[in-house]
Design a protein around this ligand. Structure first.
Ligand code: FES
Ligand code: FES
Length: 173
């Protein structure tokens, strides 16, 4: 059964025609936003991560109808006027991209993480220790990103990229 839903998609109001049984991942990809990937399709790998009202979700196991009236962020909305977001730039600078399949999901997860830290601490590097603030160390970053798998196993550079993102949001570029 078809249904029309309205939501904010990367900052713009949109109407999406969806099937009520359709996943958010499928609906977004049908809408041309193919940055979010289907890795496992069962909520295990995080390749499909998008933000709903700033909360990272596995869009493969989220029904598209849940987007009604919500704010959705996907990787396509992160660069502005051709400029990469700070988190995207950090992934590039750290060399944290190999085949790239997991990268959109990881970037969205990191974005929610560092923006959340910055909000809760009024800038996430106020205390200036360990990974650059709030006592966060590399194991904390690994735990926070445990739902995002990389088959190329470039995890060290991903953690480097998250550390760099944390420093950026704390004002230490
Ligand atoms: S494709 Fe959604 S969690 Fe793997
Ligand atoms: S870079 Fe290839 S799956 Fe992560």
């Amino acid at each position: 059964m078809k249904q029309i839903i309205q939501c904010q998609l990367n900052g713009k109001p949109v109407e999406l025609v969806i099937d009520v049984r359709q996943s958010l991942l499928a609906a977004l990809r049908d809408h041309g936003l193919t940055g979010c990937k289907e890795g496992c399709g069962v909520g295990e790998c995080g390749a499909c991560t998008v933000l709903i009202d700033e909360v990272p979700v596995d869009s493969c196991i989220t029904l598209a109808v849940r987007a009604e009236g919500r704010e959705i962020r996907t990787i396509e909305g992160e660069s502005v006027n051709g400029e990469l977001s700070p988190v995207q730039q950090a992934y590039v600078d750290a060399g944290a991209v190999q085949c790239g399949f997991c990268t959109p999901g990881l970037v969205m997860k990191t974005t929610a993480y560092v923006e959340g830290l910055a909000q809760s601490a009024g800038g996430c590097c106020q205390n200036g220790n360990k990974s650059g603030g709030n006592g966060i160390d590399r194991n904390d970053i690994r735990k926070e990103h445990a739902g995002n798998l990389c088959r190329c196993t470039g995890y060290q550079t991903v953690v480097d990229a998250v550390e760099k993102s944390i420093r950026y949001y704390g004002g230490q570029k």
